[in-house]
Design a binder for this molecule. Sequence first.
Ligand SMILES: Cc1cc2nc3c(=O)[nH]c(=O)nc-3n(C[C@H](O)[C@H](O)[C@H](O)COP(=O)(O)OP(=O)(O)OC[C@H]3O[C@@H](n4cnc5c(N)ncnc54)[C@H](O)[C@@H]3O)c2cc1C
Ligand code: FES
Length: 285
Amino acid sequence: MSLCAVKPDEAGAGDSFPVAENLCTIVSNDWVNEEYRLLIVDAPAIALAAKAGQFFHLMCPPDGESGNFLRRPMSIHRIDREQGQLHFLYKVQGSGTRGLATLGQGDTLDALGPVGQGFTLPRGTQHVVMIGRGVGLATLAPLAQEAVAAGAKVTAILSARMASLLMAEDALRSDGAEVVIVTDDVGNSDTTSLEALLRRVHADRPIDFVATCGSKRLTRLLQDFSTEFGIAGQVALEQRMGCALGMCFACVMPFRNTAADGTRTVGYRRVCWDGPVFNLEETVL
Ligand SMILES: Cc1cc2nc3c(=O)[nH]c(=O)nc-3n(C[C@H](O)[C@H](O)[C@H](O)COP(=O)(O)OP(=O)(O)OC[C@H]3O[C@@H](n4cnc5c(N)ncnc54)[C@H](O)[C@@H]3O)c2cc1C
Ligand code: FES
């Protein structure tokens, strides 16, 4: 059973889309490395209509004695419409994600969504470069799927503390992305090395869209790079959330607004409802 709601039209808030309380059956929920688990669920059609960058607000079972009253936001890692499945890649951090880790095959996951504004790939994009770190890699993978399907080349730069913590590499390669790995222990994940890498990639084949998630440092780097070369770009932001439906304002953050006459002001927007994906130039870190 799913309870369906429709996002009302709001000036400037994007298109309407259906949001449902989806009762999904767990297919598997296994460790992929020492910190992250991959959760695969059978999902109904409304959930499978999700777009890259949108997320679900997950009801997490209790972790031992303590219940989890609030849902926890989780990006979609993969939408497998053929199998009718959604994949979530999550880091086990606190009470909510520890509760999520207790779910096993055949259990039910209550997933509210899909929620939010996802990535918007400009028409005619030829070369997408995405840089993700940590769990940011989970969020970017569906964008690679969409970009390759739209005929664009995708270069995915995956950053992690060490190679054993990298995720999504195989999925990205099998989706047709060129994968470049940088790690702290090898010493090529600092911003100076990454900026040099971006310049080389751009010189080799001009980049016309950049995307990132999971790191303020990487977001700043891409803001500077995209401004210098006039490249469009977006970032998927993370913020603590309450309702995830635009009603409680727990998730507001400041953003730069530019008026028609070029005047710049700062205003607050809801990460859950107006995002979580925002244009790089609007994002205040
Ligand atoms: C739109 C969105 C998409 C997300 N997608 C993913 C994903 O695909 N995979 C994934 O592992 N995590 C994702 N997150 C973060 C995830 O929601 C939090 O890790 C989770 O809510 C933590 O809950 P918890 O009860 O386990 O930990 P808590 O006990 O609540 O917190 C444990 C630690 O996690 C930090 N934390 C909690 N919530 C957030 C948050 N929203 N953003 C950043 N840090 C947080 C806390 O500061 C604390 O250090 C996403 C967050 C948002 C807003
Ligand atoms: S979490 Fe309630 S408005 Fe965003």
